[in-house]
Design a protein around this ligand. Structure first.
Ligand SMILES: Cc1cc2nc3c(=O)[nH]c(=O)nc-3n(C[C@H](O)[C@H](O)[C@H](O)COP(=O)(O)OP(=O)(O)OC[C@H]3O[C@@H](n4cnc5c(N)ncnc54)[C@H](O)[C@@H]3O)c2cc1C
Length: 355
């Protein structure tokens, strides 16, 4: 059974790999590959949903995201045993400007995460221990062991693994709207899987918009400042995506990324510290929060990475489009890495049901 899959970001490659491992023949068609995909820009911290960069008001959608995230956690934990994958398990600390009182939403989120993640500790003394400025006004904190993905290494590993297992790869653009009949005939496939991220907007006409983000890249080799070994994160006060997010995440062996920015419906990618004030403000915010970063040396070769999160107002779409031979897996917003393995497994179940 051959499957044609559109997209070579983290969603497409993970889904292709999961389908191939389940015994399907798979051809990936993608307009762009790493490093020219949003997935390479990602932080890429695994987070228990909803992520700091996004809310989910729909309880059913939130429950699905939690199942997907839980499955991904287990996959990433396994992958982290092999350094070639670029996946690391590290401590991630989450800070709050209020105590996490029993019954509060933040406390509930922490208690849920506790059932899944490893080494969860709830302790306000993490604030002082981790050198967070008292002026930041943090009152409570917890930490757990979380997957953090060096996306440059991981996307290359995913593609290599697909090819090693016999997935065919074609660099081409599919024009919208999707005409599954012609595509399936051209590629001798029985099923189409759409993992086009923001490209799904043109392919399906769905309401997927960019939620622009940017990360500042600094050296984390212990020379200019003490090496930062854990992630440090503060969400938006009311849980929505906004500009107050603090996102400090180690990447690979000697890099650190600083964020975050969440600008809805903005498409331009050419943002620099000196030309886009919100990027400079993001750096200043991180330094004010963790003063040790004042000495950080910014990566001169690539100071800022910008990407467009594929945000779908009606939440992530993983489904079979009724009356067609098309499955969808797109619209992951700020959580595409976190959800990748769970969504891929759901696509495999849907494909097995159809074929
Ligand atoms: C600054 C920033 C920080 C982030 N941090 C995190 C984080 O910490 N944790 C996390 O989980 N997520 C994070 N994300 C979100 C994550 O990057 C996305 O959710 C994820 O990359 C989406 O992956 P994707 O494979 O669906 O899309 P993409 O990576 O955009 O891939 C889409 C693929 O589809 C192809 N395509 C599109 N249209 C067509 C077409 N018409 N024909 C052929 N091919 C097509 C593209 O060429 C590409 O190959 C972050 C994002 C940003 C921007």
């Amino acid at each position: 059974m051959n499957i044609l899959l559109i997209g070579a970001g983290v969603s497409g490659l993970t889904t292709a790999l999961a389908l191939r491992r389940a015994g399907f023949g798979v051809t990936i068609v993608a307009e762009q590959f790493a490093p020219h995909v949003t997935s390479v820009v990602a932080g890429a911290l695994w987070e228990w949903p909803p992520a700091v960069c996004g809310t989910l008001d729909d309880s059913e959608a939130l429950a699905r995201s939690k199942r997907w995230a839980a499955s991904s956690y287990q996959h990433f934990e396994e992958l982290a045993r092999d350094p070639a994958t670029g996946v690391w398990m590290r401590r991630a600390c989450f800070y709050f400007d209020h105590p996490l009182t029993p019954g509060s939403p933040d406390r509930q989120k922490m208690d849920e995460a506790r059932t899944l993640v490893r080494e969860l500790t709830h302790d306000a003394s993490l604030i002082e221990e981790n050198g967070i400025s008292p002026a930041a006004g943090m009152r409570d904190a917890y930490r757990y062991l979380a997957p953090m993905v060096d996306t440059d290494t991981y996307l290359a590993w995913l593609l290599d693994e697909c090819i090693r297992l016999g997935v065919a790869v074609v660099k081409a653009s599919v024009s919208g709207p999707l005409h599954e009949g012609a595509l399936l005939r051209t590629f001798h496939a029985s099923l189409l899987v759409n993992c086009a991220g923001l490209g799904a907007r043109a392919l399906t006409g769905d309401d997927v918009i960019p939620l622009r983000g940017a990360l500042i890249r600094v050296r984390n080799d212990g020379v200019a400042m003490p090496r930062i070994e854990a992630a440090h994160v503060v969400g938006h006060p009311d849980g929505s995506a906004g500009q107050e997010i603090i996102f400090i995440v180690p990447r690979g062996r000697d890099q650190l990324v600083l964020g975050g920015l969440a600008e809805p419906d903005r498409w331009e990618l050419d943002l620099a510290l000196d030309t886009h004030p919100p990027v400079r403000a993001m750096l200043d915010r991180c330094i004010a929060f963790m003063p040790a970063l004042a000495h950080a040396e910014i990566d001169a070769a690539e100071p800022v990475r910008t990407g467009l999160r594929p945000f779908r107002r009606r939440n992530v779409r993983v489904d079979h489009q009724p009356g067609t031979r098309t499955l969808h897996n797109y619209g992951h917003g700020g959580a595409g890495v976190t959800l990748s393995w769970g969504c891929a497994e759901e696509v495999v179940r849907l494909a097995e049901g159809l074929l």
